[in-house]
Every structure is written in structure tokens, then in C-alpha cells.
Ligand binder design. Sequence first.
Ligand SMILES: Cc1cc2nc3c(=O)[nH]c(=O)nc-3n(C[C@H](O)[C@H](O)[C@H](O)COP(=O)(O)OP(=O)(O)OC[C@H]3O[C@@H](n4cnc5c(N)ncnc54)[C@H](O)[C@@H]3O)c2cc1C
Length: 557
Amino acid sequence: MLQHDVLVIGAGLAGLRAALEAARSGADVGVLTKVYPLRSHSVAAQGGINAALSEDDSWETHAYDTVKGSDYLGDQDAIETMCREAPSDIVELERMGTAFSRRPDGRIDQRPFGGAGFPRTCYVADITGQAILHTLHEQALKLNVPTYDEWFVLSLVVEDGECRGAVALNMRTGEIEALAAKAVVMAGGGFGRVYTPTSNSLISTGDGHALAYRAGAPLMDMEFVQFHPTTLRDSGVLITEGARGEGGYLLNALGERFMEKYAPNKMELAARDVVSRAEQTEIDEGRGVDGCVLLDLRHLGKAKIMEKLFQIRELALDLTNTDFITDPVPVRPGMHYAMGGVKTDIHGATPLPGLFAAGECACVSVHGANRLGGNSMLETITFGRRAGRAAAEHARSKPSPSVLASAVQRDREMIAEILARPRNGERMADLRAEMAAAMNRGVGIFRTKQGMEEALSTVRQLKERAKSVPVASKGLVFNMELLSVIELGFMLDLAEVIALGALMREESRGAHSRRDFPERDDERWMKHTLARYRPEGPVLEYAPVTVTRWQPEKRVY
Ligand SMILES: Cc1cc2nc3c(=O)[nH]c(=O)nc-3n(C[C@H](O)[C@H](O)[C@H](O)COP(=O)(O)OP(=O)(O)OC[C@H]3O[C@@H](n4cnc5c(N)ncnc54)[C@H](O)[C@@H]3O)c2cc1C
């Protein structure tokens, strides 16, 4: 049996940062990931990472912007922690080797981002995630942290009320094995593929959320799903907020900078929920262009585009045949980010002893009802580091974990049952598409009771239908169809939690915008939603929001 003090699941920014910190704290660490670490979705992050570095800025202003951006649902103790620790985290990344873009005087450059009162987003052109991921990967290699690449976690092991490891399928050999651990850090990333279109990659199927949820850890605020204002027409591929940060305009079919009507002070750099709703309103009221609005960067000039936004220029050229240098590019709001996740405290500890979580799959909660751009990568680094340290400390007091033969047997039987299904059932791909379309339709940018009820009912039917979805190939080595069926099960569990949480929340707050309850209702709803797993469906309860110094105010940009 494989064994570690700390097992980190996920090798994106959060997982690698947690692994580094646990290793530096003296723990024997293993990192397990379903794709090679440098293919983790963090590699796609473009625009930058926030920290109040300038003497004219302050971590308190960063925290206030984040609280306001969260529509007062973020926990202010967690937000204060993140914003206070951000500058030293950036300096540390730089010292580890991240080549941040510079000002002429050599200081790290910072660009304006949405909802921020100061230009505080540090960046590496428009490939920031890739640059930081490579840095952390190099550091993990240097410390000889072993990685189990292309291992797929099937379940977490819980014995005597504690998380003691995981069962995983080694995709290269087809073996199903237990990895015992004194502490587990879940860093499984986002669940973008619950929706379509999405800016997230094929691997963003919410496995981390679902594995923790099924193991008994509650999910928090899952109804808050971010729609990014600028995803490319057709593909849904992201165009970074950095494009607007560098000065890009949003235009409607009449050539108007329509944000003037919706956020006269911040214009294109209002918070994402505000800009996405504005775009959707323009499109719905007939002022769109083929279901899109236009992102215009021409006035920035070729030199600036080629220096700071070269990747998105290539993406737009390849995917829409439009060149930012000479033409406005069609964009529209698309599903982008999960504000909700596995509930943790500021040390990454979940309510399930032995299980920690960090990154997009966690909810600490610094984003509340709406995340500010640049705060997600920051969260992966700050709370990845904290979770790694706390997991190593937890492991120190624990005996060697027990053997997990029964857990392995349970997963072997689960897989045998899927492989034994008759071949004539419905296609997995069809069910995935149906789920994602239903979620986009019913639990999208604007929501109504009827739409959410329809989505919930579709998801519940799909859960039943998914039980007989067959897999054509019967082997276990790199059987991607089998893994897709397992991922579908994860996503359906999450879709149910998202739709139910949204239906119950009778107000509009941040990214949760109801046409039938258009106002924020602090008296009834300034509280977190917690979802607990039951085989028959989620049970919801509610928990208070932590307020330290900023009382809720009307949110205008
Ligand atoms: C296109 C795009 C651009 C973005 N740009 C920015 C930006 O500029 N600034 C910003 O702050 N945020 C940005 N974000 C958000 C941010 O990049 C992500 O939230 C963050 O990188 C997530 O990191 P993570 O470590 O939590 O997860 P990921 O990087 O997604 O890593 C998840 C890991 O979990 C592993 N895993 C998942 N399931 C399993 C399983 N069953 N078994 C084993 N391993 C598993 C995967 O292999 C992977 O290693 C962007 C997001 C997107 C999609």
C-alpha cells in the first residue's frame, strides 16, 4: 500500500503550493493528479494575480474591494487574511522564479482589473498562470516531491470519522490502489463543465468538490457561479479581463460603449457580474451582434497588443478569424468560475477531520457571491500555502494510517458494475450535453423560479438515466470513456446542489440574479448555503457570514 503523511490531490497552483509548504514543514508528501501537473487548468490563467504592492495602495483597500465585489457574502476574516498576506506571497513567487512583467524602473508592473480601486494585478503578459505553475512545478521537482501523474481519484477514504487517504485508478496500468495518508489536501479545481459554454477545460469536472461532498464534507455557496464577460463566440474560450484592464472597450451593435448606462464610474471595469448582466441585457434587447457584443482593442495599438496581450490575439485569430489589431472581436458572457466549494476555515481545514481543501474547489470564502478577477490565483497561493502547512501539522500528531482494503474493493465493484452494463444504453456524451445545456438555460446569468425548477428536474432525471450509461471499451488502461462516465456522476451531484441552492435563495446577490427577486435581501439571506450529501439528494442548511469591519452597503460601480 502506498502511504504518505500528506496526500495532495491536484497539481494545479493550489495543489503544488500546498505540497511545497507541507514538504518544507517536514512532511512526507505525495501529489496525485489525473493529468500531468503542467496540464492542470491553472496553466490557462491569463490576466494576473492581485496584491497591494504599491505604497499608494493598501491591503485594507484590496480587502474592501473584495468584500464589495463579493456582494457582502465573503467572510471578512478570510478576506483580510488573504489581502494582508498577498504581497509577501507575490514576492516569494518572484524569488522562486516567476518572471513578472516589469515597469521601466524594474518594479513589478500592475494592471487595473474589474472592481478594483487601484491597479493591483501583477501579471506575466497574458500567460500568468502558466508562468506561476512552471515555477511551482520546478520547486516541487527540486524538493523531490513525488507526483502520481495520470492517476484518477475515485473516492476518499473515511474511517472512524476521519479522512485517511484515497482510492485511485492508475490510468497507465489500470490498477486500482489505495493511498493512505494522515492528512489529505483536496485541490481538484473547478467544475466549469457542468455548464456549456464554459471557459474551463475538459478536465474541469468538479471531481474535488464531489469527492469531498460524498465523503461527508459540506459544500458551501454552490449557487454562485461566475459568468465571465468576455468569452469568445462559439468556443467559449476566455479573453482575459486584462484586455479591458489595458483599456479595451465593450461596444454594442450601435457602436455605443454601453457600460456607461450600467456602471458609469467603472465602465468596462465594473465587477464581472455587473458587466455580464449588462452584456446579456444588450443582447436580449436586440443590441447584440450575432448573440455577442464586441470587444474593441484597436485603439491600444499593435505594439501594446503584441507585448501584453499576444496570447489572446492568437486565440481570437484562430477561433473567430478576427484580429484584435484591426477589428473588434465578438465576445459574450460564459461560465467561468465556481465561487462555491468545500467549506474550509482560514487554515484550509474542512469540517471532516483530516481533510483540507484549497483553490477553486474550496470555499473559505473570499469570493462570496462574486469573485474579483485576479483574486482566484491569489487564493490558490495564499490558502494553498496555509492548507499545506496545516495538513503537515495535523499529520504530525497522527499514527500511520490503516490499510484500506475494503475501500479499494468498493471502488473495484463500482467500476465492474459500470463495465458490465449492456452496450445499448444512452450515450454518456448526450447526457453531459443535456445537463450542461439545462444548467445554462435554467441556472445561468438571469434566473427564475420556473427555470431553476426545470433545470433541477432535468438533473434529477439525468441522475437516474446515468445509472445505465454503458462504456464500450472494457479495459482499464487509459479508458477515458469510463472516466468520463465517473466524471458525469460527479457533475450531476454538483448540478443538483447548484440548482437547489439557487432555487431556495430568494434574492439577488452577486452572480445569483433572480428576475422574480431582483433585490439583495440582507435580512433573510446574508448567510451561506451549506449542502450535505445524502444518497437521496442534498440537504441544505445555512451558516452566518463573518463580518469584521465592513457593514453591507448598496453596491454601485
Ligand atoms: C481561462 C481561464 C483564465 C483564468 N485567468 C485567471 C486570472 O488571470 N487570474 C485569476 O486569479 N484567476 C484566473 N482564472 C481562475 C484560476 O486560474 C483558477 O481558479 C485556478 O487556477 C484553479 O487552480 P486550482 O489549483 O484550484 O485547480 P486546477 O489548476 O484546475 O487543478 C486541478 C487539479 O486537480 C486534479 N484533479 C481533478 N480531478 C481529479 C481526480 N479525480 N483525480 C486526480 N486528480 C484530479 C487535476 O489533474 C489538476 O491537477 C482563470 C480561469 C480560466 C479558466
